[in-house]
Structure formats: structure tokens, C-alpha cells
Design a protein around this ligand. Structure first.
Ligand code: UD1
Length: 416
């Protein structure tokens, strides 16, 4: 298994380009299932999660053509609307094929994703929504079996704000008979990007980005071309990495417009942040100030940036209180950060992080995608060598991580 070796203590400086958003690309690629015509996507990041999803689509009969960041999918010949456990278990987002499959083929068999390191993460809201649209859904032998010759538009209300739940139901509603209204919808920019792609394919959607989305079902969708939005979490991660090293970086092919909550906190920590049209520049102070935060659905502070800010606070001046409200078990990075010398106390869903003058390199273990990113950030500022084990988590969500860090002057090496 690959490891990452980081020699800490270098100030990050320079310019790198941000990749397309993993969490936008995943639902958008699934949207290709809704039409028999080819759909082309650009700015698709080269990540393990994207590879997993493409394999899943391929084994259903989707023709996949991939050339760099361009992917063309042709779901004209789908013969097997089944998502098997072997592929779904490695990536929860595979559940995003459920809505499109039932909507277009009248039936779907998708493995239950099961638990994951950061919490239970059930899919009951996805199922409840499809049932409200007329589908018969049975959960048997670890699979969700859904059937409905044609879904019917309905008024849907999710018990909590769910990103992939909103996306799954929005895709299903595109081919339903009549109007669907999703209330308490997720407002994440990735939901808006998916809606834009669906509209380009002929869907009739209004309200995406707000908490009520209206979809007028149509008989069929057609081919289109869509460019995936920039990855706001990758952007935020590199901003944090630059901030902890007292660096100055410019990130291109991205935008500050999806990152208000994160940029606000970086400015509270003492960074100067300059927004350009398709770029962000950050200049960090010699020592950061601690910043408290609470995660919540967009536009509030994203749970996917919580771990990176824990690393940042570990070396800041003062004490930060971090409250995680989305996932019940998302502090696993805390014990690994402690191995590097961080002073962190966890009480339920709250972490108290007392900034220390410096961290020391050690061997640590990546436990999930964003937890791994926090260890990279800590390793960059720690004295001496940090070895991060199990970096396959990082490969799921960060394109060319070592090359991008190296371009900013970091000393990183992948150990095979
Ligand atoms: C998405 C993101 C993930 C991010 C998360 C929260 C993708 C591929 N992944 O995950 O990176 O961390 O949003 O911003 O976009 N819940 C239920 N029942 C359901 C659905 C969700 O109880 O049917 C709960 C979850 O356990 C969690 C909360 O709702 O506590 C929010 O989860 P959700 O927004 O659905 O996360 P994902 O869409 O899986």
C-alpha cells in the first residue's frame, strides 16, 4: 500500500490549478443514465472514485470513452440496471444510480452502501422519496430493489438536508409524469451544477440552489455537453495548506463564490484572501489565530473542511471549539493529529483544539478522505518527517496531490 512521506517546514508558494469537483462529477456522470443519447463531460477529475463509478456504469452496459478530463458516456445500450455490492461498498455515492435507473428503466437493483468510517449514513430518504413517487421499494439481501413503470411527480420532504438524496430524487423526477417539488432540498453548489447539466439535457428544473426545487417531468432527455464545476473542497484544502505554512499561493480554475464560509474563517485566522474572476490568492501571516466553527449544510461551514481546519487550529494561537453537526463519527483524525503533538480534547460532537507552538513528524494513518487531508496539512508544518499510511483515501478525492504540493515547493514523496 502506498504511503506519503512529507518533510515539513517549507513555506508553500506559487500557483496551481484546481481540478473539477469530485462531488459534482459523481452525480453528473450518473445523469447520463437518463438518456439513450451520448453525453460529454469536461473538467472531470482523474480520481479513484470517478474510476469506480465509471466501472459501475460500464458493467451496466454504458459505453465509456475517456480522454484526459473529458468523458463521454453512452447509456443507449444499458442491459443490466444493477449496481453490485463489490463496487458500491467502496463508494457510497454509487447510490446515485438508483434514481436515474428507476426513472428510465422502470426497475433498479442497487446494493445498500452500508456503513462507512465517518458514520452510519443511511439512504432511507432516497428510498422514501422514490416511494412517494410511486415506486415499490423492497430492501432484500442487502439490495434496494425498486420498481415503477413510470414514476409520478410528487411533493417530497426530506427529514434532514441530504446532498446525494436531493440529487437522486431530482434526477428521478426529470422523467416522472408531472411536477415534483423537493422541499428541504440541499443547496450545495454541486446540486446546482447537476441541475444545470440536467437542464442542458432537456430537463425542466427551477429553484436549484434554494431549499425548494421544482421539476416538471419530461418524456425523455437528450445528449449534451457539460463542464464540471471546480472542486471547492480541494480549493479549501490547498488554502489551508498554504495558511499553516505561512505561505502565499494562487489557485486557478476555481472561484471564491462557493467558499464564503471557508474564506471567512481563513480571514478570521489572519490570512489575506483576494478573489479574482477564476482564481483565489491567499497570503498567510507568520502565526495564525485560532478559529472556532460549526459544520452545517451549505451555505454554512462544510463538514468536508472540518478536518483541515482542525489541523490549522492545531498550530494556531489560542483555542478553537469545533462542532460537527453532520456526521456522528468524524473526529478520527484527532488521535492521529495528537500523534504529531496536537493538543485536542473531544467531547461528543465537539473538539477543543489548543494551538501549540509546533508539531513533530511521526507515522500516522489516514482514516477517511478529508481526515487524510488534515494529516497532509499537519505534516507540511511539522518538524521532520511525517509518513502517512493508507493514502488510497487521498487518491479517492485529490487529483495529483503530490505533484500539486511539489509545485508549491513542498517536499513530498510517494513511497510505493
Ligand atoms: C455528501 C458528500 C459528502 C459530504 C456530505 C455532507 C457527495 C458524493 N458526498 O454526502 O462529501 O460530506 O454530502 O455535506 O456529494 N442521512 C440520512 N438518511 C439519508 C441520507 C442522509 O440519515 O437517506 C444523513 C446522513 O447520515 C448525514 C446527513 O444526513 O448525517 C447528511 O448526509 P448527506 O448530505 O446525505 O451526505 P452524502 O450525500 O452522503
Amino acid at each position: 500500500m502506498d504511503k506519503l512521506l512529507i518533510e515539513g517546514g517549507t513555506r508553500l508558494a506559487g500557483e496551481i490549478a484546481i481540478s473539477g469537483a469530485k462531488n459534482a462529477a459523481l452525480p453528473i456522470l450518473c445523469a447520463a443514465l437518463l438518456t439513450k443519447e451520448p453525453v460529454t463531460f469536461t473538467n472531470v477529475p482523474r480520481l479513484n472514485d470517478i474510476g469506480t463509478l465509471l466501472r459501475l456504469l460500464e458493467q451496466m452496459g454504458v459505453k465509456v470513452e475517456r480522454d484526459g478530463d473529458r468523458v463521454t458516456l453512452d447509456a443507449g445500450g444499458v442491459a443490466n440496471p444493477v449496481a453490485p455490492y463489490e463496487l458500491v461498498k467502496t463508494m457510497r455515492a454509487s447510490i446515485l444510480v438508483l434514481g436515474p435507473l428507476v426513472a428510465r428503466f422502470g426497475s433498479a437493483k442497487v446494493s445498500l452502501p452500508g456503513g462507512c468510517a465517518i458514520g452510519a449514513r443511511p439512504v432511507d430518504q432516497h428510498i422514501k422519496g422514490l416511494q412517494a413517487m410511486g415506486a415499490t421499494v423492497k430492501v432484500e439481501h442487502g439490495y434496494v430493489n425498486a420498481e415503477c413503470p413510470r414514476l409520478k411527480g410528487a411533493r417530497l420532504f426530506t427529514d434532514m438536508v441530504t446532498v446525494t438524496g436531493t440529487e437522486n430524487l431530482m434526477m428521478a423526477a426529470c422523467l416522472a409524469d408531472g411536477e415534483t417539488v423537493i422541499e428541504n432540498a440541499a443547496r450545495e453548489p454541486e446540486v446546482v451544477d447537476l441541475a444545470n447539466c440536467l437542464v442542458a439535457m432537456g430537463a425542466r428544473i427551477s429553484g436549484a440552489g434554494g431549499d425548494v426545487i421544482r421539476i416538471q417531468g419530461v418524456k425523455e432527455l437528450h445528449g449534451a455537453t457539460h463542464r464540471v464545476m471546480p472542486d471547492r473542497i480541494e480549493t479549501g484544502t490547498y488554502l489551508c495548506a498554504a495558511a499553516v505554512t505561512g505561505g502565499e499561493v494562487r489557485l486557478t480554475n476555481t472561484s471564491s463564490s462557493y467558499l464564503d464560509a471557508v474564506i471567512d474563517k481563513l480571514m478570521d485566522a489572519g490570512c489575506e484572501v483576494f478573489s479574482e474572476r477564476d482564481a483565489i490568492r491567499l497570503k498567510a501571516p507568520a502565526r495564525l489565530q485560532a478559529v472556532s466553527l460549526r459544520t452545517a449544510p451549505y451555505p454554512a461551514f462544510p463538514t468536508d473542511m472540518q478536518a483541515q481546519f482542525m489541523a490549522l487550529n492545531a498550530v494556531a494561537e489560542g483555542t478553537a471549539v469545533i462542532r460537527e453537526t453532520i456526521f456522528e463519527n468524524r473526529f478520527m483524525h484527532a488521535v492521529e493529529l495528537q500523534r504529531l503533538g496536537a493538543d485536542i480534547r473531544i467531547d461528543g460532537n465537539t473538539a477543543f483544539v489548543k494551538g501549540v507552538a509546533g508539531l513533530q513528524g511521526a507515522t500516522v494513518m489516514a482514516t477517511d478522505l478529508r481526515a487524510s487531508a488534515s494529516l497532509v496539512i499537519a505534516g507540511l508544518v511539522a518538524e521532520g518527517s511525517t509518513i502517512i499510511e493508507r493514502i488510497y483515501h487521498l487518491d479517492r478525492g485529490y487529483e495529483n496531490l503530490e505533484a500539486k504540493l511539489a509545485a508549491l515547493g513542498a517536499r513530498v514523496e510517494r513511497l510505493k
